[in-house]
Design a protein around this ligand. Structure first.
Ligand code: PMT
Length: 222
């Protein structure tokens, strides 16, 4: 039945913003709440899949879903990589930091009376999606999200081409009513061969179901 479109499938989802430690008490983070990733994990479960959620978000474990807690991009890469080969569908909804402190201070960085500023050296983090894209088999489906503030479709198309994903969901994060932290979102689905598919603004739950139905149809027709 339609309810069980993903029965027998394994789905791996990442959610939330990574936290990159500066010292034992401070980190560099971003505005991702994890809501989009959790909605995808719940929707996949509702469609009958066996789901694993790798998350940084301070939200409760969703029921019936194996939940793995991580903090940094490096930890998320490890947990996603370990599970990728056994996943039919992988959804990268997490907002992964692009840069992290080159070194983590062992002790809390102190402010002296004569301190006027602090220089932080950052280095590039691993690109998790791109590394999964390189390992992807033809029987697997990989979805990325593109968080853009300008030139939405142009920037998202470039990421689709660069990262080896099957599909990208492009969302405009400059609009506070959709995107980071909100309960609603609007995405355009991009694939290599088809015209962009603009989905209506909807709750992240409804949107997640809609995205997974599109993916299930593609897997079935493969
Ligand atoms: O969590 P919410 O508050 O519900 O907000 C949802 C969301 C806006 C965070 C989500 O819909 C979204 O857009 N997630 C992707 C955020 C992001 O990192 O986008 P990006 O355009 O910078 O990255 C493109 C893709 O590469 C993403 O799938 C990202 O997970 C992945 N990536 C990026 C950098 C990196 N080092 N490793 C990655 O895997």
């Amino acid at each position: 039945s339609g309810q069980q479109l993903l029965a027998g499938r394994t789905v791996l989802v990442s959610a939330g913003g990574t936290r990159e430690a500066i010292d034992p008490v401070r980190y560099i983070g971003n505005r991702s709440s994890g809501k989009m990733g959790y909605a995808l994990a719940r929707a996949a479960r509702a469609l009958g899949a066996q789901v694993t959620l790798v998350t940084t978000a301070p939200l409760p474990d969703p029921s019936g879903i194996a939940t793995v807690r991580v903090e940094s991009a490096a930890q998320m890469q490890q947990e996603m990589t370990d599970r990728f080969a056994t996943s039919d569908i992988t959804l990268m909804a997490a907002a992964v930091a692009d840069f992290a402190p080159a070194e983590v201070a062992k002790h809390k960085i102190k402010k002296q009376p004569d301190t006027t500023g602090l220089d932080l050296q950052l280095q590039k983090t691993p690109d998790i999606l791109a590394s999964l894209g390189k390992r992807k088999r033809s029987d697997q489906f990989l979805l990325g999200f593109a968080a853009e503030t300008d030139d939405l479709l142009k920037n998202a198309s470039a990421k689709l081409a660069a990262k080896g994903a099957d599909m990208f969901a492009a969302n405009d994060v400059s609009n506070p009513a959709i995107g980071f932290g909100s309960d609603n979102n609007r995405v355009t689905l991009l694939t290599k061969d088809e015209d962009p598919l603009q989905l209506e603004t909807a709750s992240k739950d409804d949107l997640a179901l809609n995205i997974l139905k599109q993916i299930a149809i593609k897997l079935r027709d493969n």
